[in-house]
Design a binder for this molecule. Structure first.
Ligand SMILES: Nc1ncnc2c1ncn2[C@@H]1O[C@H](COP(=O)(O)OP(=O)(O)OP(=O)(O)O)[C@@H](O)[C@H]1O
Ligand code: SF4
Ligand SMILES: [Mg+2]
Length: 462
């Protein structure tokens, strides 16, 4: 009898807990959604999704999304970004007010546990969120692009070679048989000599423009995606097309993004790129199919492909997670080298603190769709301030530690559909104070570069 009573109590407690944490909890206290509620949510979502999809497809002049950087030393500025998924269970606030910048020639690492919104942030920057459910609903993503300049007719403008006096050098115009072409008076015909890059492809004028990516119609993203900004994904096998050779896939990037590139010049360039990313016998790899390569080689090919459009920003989402430890180290070394070689910046997304420590100049720590701490790599690693960052540091395995069991942060991330009004980390935090049950903590600046969102660091007046 007593046993039954205890079981009943246990069931009641479990039911209460399920109701508290249920994805479907809708204020009524029950832990499921009725068919009617699901239909109502779907109807409201459909309206919102239609509105965002329409905005994505509209045709607008470039001036509508041209903007200015807040700090000219940055290549990317993300401000108050909100990216949501409109699901039948409710709205998943995957990225909920994220603000950070990527300075020129630097690596910014985004770290946080699974599901905290790292990939959704990077997908938002590339405008690759899966619509119609996934949408950027608010915020700006300012990107300093170095786009090809066009004349009034919309043509690219060649850069010409000049002599020491600043005069454009002329070169002879040849007939098909290689002889000099002459005009009707018998004088040799010449044309201005276009500057060529190291692969022999003609150089065209470029100009800096700042685009607000969040406001750009999707079809205009071709100006940026692949050319100005490229992405390296976690799993190279699924990112490469198995039915085309590596060369075919690499050439396509050059042919698509570099004006004036011919098939033979694209091949020359692709082989150079393969060589640059440390592939021995690049000619052989050029002719190979993806399945003939090892995981590390495939990831190098993906990096070569990202570099082919000469991007200013490379977004690498867990680029080494699918690789073994020695290959991981080589790929990270390659990224470090490339940053200086391409004179660009890297946004590195990972849940691996070791990778971040090795690579990043600045670190952004995300938790449940928000940034809870950010600073230089040294600030985050040597002086972590947020209890979550401190927990992450403690849970990192070290060679020196004699502990038998690794530290783990107890509990789970709150349900993304029903986020609380107070600090999202409260249920897992061992440093809670009275204020923590109040409003969500705002960002506090603790050094010129170090910011933390935790009530422990609120100033006295707050
Ligand atoms: N297509 C989708 N529909 C609904 N929710 C989604 C979708 N894609 C992502 N989410 C939700 O958005 C949140 C953030 O996901 P995201 O993929 O950015 O996590 P992450 O930080 O990259 O995690 P991981 O380290 O596992 O890659 C998660 O709660 C996830 O469930
Ligand atoms: S605000 Fe409070 S609950 Fe949140 S991390 Fe800081 S101390 Fe912990
Ligand atoms: Mg991810």
């Amino acid at each position: 009898m007593d046993d039954n009573k205890e079981l009943k109590n246990r069931e009641e407690i479990d039911r209460e807990k399920a109701e508290e944490t249920s994805p479907a909890k809708s204020g009524s206290g029950k832990h499921y959604l009725t068919g009617k509620e699901v239909r109502e949510i779907a109807k409201a979502n459909a309206k919102e999704m239609r509105r965002f999809e329409k905005a994505k497809r509209r045709r607008v002049p470039e001036s509508e999304y041209l903007t200015e950087m807040k700090d000219d030393g940055n290549i990317l500025e993300i401000e108050n970004l909100h990216s949501f998924f409109f699901t039948d269970q409710g709205v998943v606030k995957a990225v909920n007010g994220v603000t950070f910048s990527i300075p020129l020639n630097s690596t910014v690492g985004v770290v946080g546990e699974s599901g905290c919104g790292k990939s959704v942030t990077s997908m938002s920057v590339m405008r690759l969120l899966q619509g119609p459910t996934g949408q950027i609903v608010e915020g700006s993503i300012r990107f300093k692009a170095n786009d090809f300049k066009r004349d009034e007719k919309g043509n690219f403008i060649p850069v010409y070679e000049k002599d020491e006096n600043g005069n454009v050098i002329q070169e002879p115009v040849l007939n098909k048989d290689g002889t000099q072409k002459l005009d009707k008076d018998g004088k040799p015909i010449t044309k201005p000599k276009q500057l060529k890059d190291s692969s022999g492809i003609g150089v065209y004028e470029k100009e800096e423009k700042v685009f607000d990516i969040a406001k750009m119609p999707i079809k205009d993203m071709y100006k940026i995606r692949g050319r100005q900004m490229a992405m390296v994904f976690q799993e190279p096998m699924t990112s490469l097309n198995p039915v085309f050779t590596i060369g075919n896939q690499l050439d396509e990037v050059t042919l698509l993004h570099i004006p004036g590139a011919t098939r033979s010049l694209a091949k020359e360039r692709s082989i150079k790129m393969l060589d640059m990313v440390g592939i021995a016998m690049p000619e052989r790899v050029y002719a190979a199919y993806p399945h003939e390569l090892s995981g590390g080689m495939r990831q190098r090919v993906m990096i070569a492909m990202a570099l082919a459009g000469e991007p200013r920003l490379i977004i690498a989402d867990e680029p080494t997670t699918a690789l073994d430890v020695t290959i991981q180290a080589q790929i990270l070394e390659l990224f470090n080298e490339l940053k200086t070689r391409i004179n660009g910046s890297i946004l590195l997304i990972t849940h691996d603190l070791g990778v971040i420590a090795e690579m990043a100049d600045y670190v952004v720590v995300m938790y449940a769709g928000r940034i809870i701490e950010q600073g230089t790599a040294s600030e985050i690693f040597h002086h972590p301030m947020h209890p979550y960052t401190q927990g992450l540091q403690k849970s990192k395995p070290t060679m020196k530690s004699n502990e038998e069991k690794l530290f783990n942060i107890p509990g789970n991330v709150p349900n993304p559909i029903n986020m609380p009004d107070y600090c999202y980390f409260k249920e897992r935090c061992d440093k809670c104070i009275g204020k923590c049950s109040g409003e969500y903590p705002h960002m506090v600046q603790v050094s010129p570069t170090h910011f933390v969102a935790c009530h422990l660091y609120d100033s006295k007046e707050d």
